[in-house]
Design a protein around this ligand. Structure first.
Ligand SMILES: [Zn+2]
Length: 275
């Protein structure tokens, strides 16, 4: 068995949905991939701890002899293959929450993912992961957006909006803190402002210079208080990428400002040496 196969199976296990298949895996490899070669840890949102946790592999359960599955063979008589099912069990180290994956091997060379419990984890997180991997948004925002995505993937869109609005509010506060001196009001007073007033007070420091900030806040609030699950669901796919873009731009802007400051300090420090 190659490293590539282990990697491919690990990705299949975590990323793919129920009933998806992976081919080119012999039964001996399947047994190894779902025992000694199984993924040892999986990073996922734990619904009990309500934060990201590293689930630890605990055991594998194997069911053999699911009957003979005939395939045509060269001698024309057909060859019997025996299917097998294996479950991989993981546990949250903090709360003991179980995470289970189930696979069916058809006895030939194909594996089907047959279960993943809780289904809450069956989440499309690719885009979000890309942002996390490349460190494009801060950790707190990521964790909140991850929760939003988890809710949305289970059909709880209104709940997802509460997380998204929280991310948005945290972003506004963080912009305020960065430019507190220049803005000239205290944090206490900033917190007391209405959302549109907050946005007006920091508008010169926002990464994207346009008119979407106030209506965006309004829409996220409407999602929580006035809209149906269906309406929230409809808008979610538009709002999520916009929010990610704003967060990424804001983080980049902050880093750029920090580098500028560093450079100015360097100029000041080397003033004597520079002619
Ligand atoms: Zn947990």
């Amino acid at each position: 068995m190659t490293e590539e196969m282990i990697k491919a199976f690990g990705e299949f296990q975590v990323e793919k949905g129920i009933y998806e298949q992976i081919n080119g895996i012999k039964i001996e490899d399947f047994k190894a991939l779902t025992s000694n070669q199984a993924l040892k840890t999986i990073d996922l949102y734990c619904p009990l701890c309500k934060e990201n946790k590293t689930f630890i592999y605990s055991k594998s359960e194997y069911i053999n002899g699911l009957g003979q599955l005939p395939y045509p063979s060269e001698d024309g008589f057909g060859t019997a293959y025996t299917g097998a099912i294996r479950f991989l069990n993981y546990e949250c180290p903090s709360c003991g929450k179980k995470l289970v994956y189930g696979f069916y091997h058809n006895g030939k060379a194909s594996v089907t993912k047959i279960t993943q419990y809780p289904s809450l984890f069956d989440v499309s997180r690719d885009e979000l992961k890309k942002y996390q991997k490349n460190d494009l948004i801060d950790k707190v925002s990521f964790s909140q957006l991850y929760k939003a995505e988890t809710c949305a993937s289970s059909g709880y869109y209104v709940a997802a909006y509460t997380y998204m609005r929280r991310v948005y509010e945290t972003m506004l506060l963080s912009v305020f803190k960065q430019y507190e001196q220049e803005i000239g009001i205290t944090e206490d007073n900033f917190r007391k402002l209405r959302s549109d007033e907050k946005l007006k007070s920091i508008k010169n420091y926002l990464a994207i210079d346009d008119e979407i900030y106030i209506p965006l806040y309004g829409l996220l609030s409407a999602g929580i208080h006035a809209m149906t699950e269906e309406q929230c669901c409809e808008d979610y796919t538009v709002l999520k990428p916009i929010l990610l873009e704003i967060l990424a731009e804001q983080k980049a802007k902050k880093e750029k400002a920090a580098k500028r400051k560093e450079l100015k300090e360097l100029f000041a420090k080397r003033k004597g040496e520079m002619k």
